[in-house]
Design a protein around this ligand. Sequence first.
Ligand code: NAD
Ligand code: WQD
Length: 428
Amino acid sequence: DIGENASPSFIMVVGGLGYIGSHTVLELMKADYNVLVIDDLSNSYESVLDRIKMLATEYCAIHNKPVPALHFQQLDYRSPLMRSILANYSSYRVCNKPAATSSARFPYSTLQRTDSGIDMEPEDTPEPMLQRQSRITGVIHFAAYKSVEESIRMPLKYYMNNVCGMVEFLGLLEEFGIKNFVFSSSATVYGEGANCGAPLREELCVHHPETFCDSDGVQLQAIPGVMGLTSPYGRSKFMCESILADIARSDASWSITALRYFNPVGCHESGLLGEDPRQKPSNLIPVIATVLTGTKPVLDIFGTDWNTPDGTAVRDFIHVVDLAQGHIAALAASAAGRVKAPFRTYNLGTGRGHTVREVHESLQSTSGRTIPVREVGRRAGDVGFCVAEVGRAESELAWKAQKTLKDCSVDVWNFTKGRCPVTDEMEY
Ligand code: NAD
Ligand code: WQD
């Protein structure tokens, strides 16, 4: 644990040492939030914590301000120990009025012993009573398994962690009165609907269609049903969003934002944080990195017959630092009451598409190295086009991605080059 600032409150980041989580924890600390990280290290390493601390300390020294606290618990977020962790971040205060919700009430103070010996709550609850208050003012939930291919082979593993884990966790948060929740969703929820060829609006994938209309009040046609999605992983994200929508609908004191990430790429400019999974990479840029390091001989380009300018698929690649800042924007918008509903979805993308070939060329020119390619058929479940419509995030979250594909390539090369064999082609 390091640091201390004046505020006693914390943001809990679950899955905070992974690729997107680690960059977000750093941005939170830069924005003066104390952070409690929960991570079981199933797809990350504890050494990431030291790197975050180092970068946050450096940043705060330059800006002459105290370093916020960074606490870490290595734990599966489904563990029963989560209850005692949340209790450790709670305090109790005497309340003069009856508490607003039964879940936030500390029951023992108001129980009375009856003749039958059973503890009963009196009809008119006397005052004063104790109320539990959490020092955790918001939760960012990254913890999930994310391999599309593995989810098809092992769907239960995915539903147990991504869906059942989240449901249990939400129950626990409710018990502690923590109702400010940011969820890592994905453009995968648009499924095959992404192939419409136009930037994807949030309304295309909704959970309670009757509440969603366009600006002229016209009812929009949502993508029908969860089966349009191409994998159990994708369905797990859709299911989580649906569950979160239901919870917010039943109790408007929740503030839940589901951030639909498009294709997160890049890494911190220092080269100290990046995408360093335990699992074998399958996403485009991490695969290109393995070709650069020599672990893989060639990049397979999946599909050259899509209806796109060069025949390869188009994606909206968003720099992970921009993405991380989107989470800070979501917390701030929620605190300022700018989030329009207790459950709200936001696309986090750039609004700009690049083809697979453009990404390959960008990394080739940035690294100064030849990256061999082989053209192969389409990968099962792929879509040809997936680009965000970003207006909602811009207007409601006051957030906009700043970095370009070139910035992503520069940072990825900076993170990768130390592991590459030296050749004549290499340019530092
Ligand atoms: P990641 O695997 O790098 O990070 C997830 C972290 O959660 C890891 O550190 C892992 O150890 C931890 N974790 C997993 N299960 C856990 C559990 N039960 N208890 C505690 N910790 C657990 O993944 P990422 O790329 O940083 O993705 C973060 C989130 O964003 C995930 O929910 C993912 O589905 C979502 N997402 C990712 C992408 C992407 O392309 N990277 C795109 C869209 C959405
Ligand atoms: C991008 C393009 C590939 C590897 C996936 C998940 C999605 C989200 C982000 C979590 C595609 C092509 C790739 C390779 C290639 N994750 N490609 N050769 O498929 O858009 O999205 O990650 O939520 O749910 O589905 O990303 O980086 O895997 O692929 O040609 O070796 O690159 O076919 O067209 P994708 P990706």
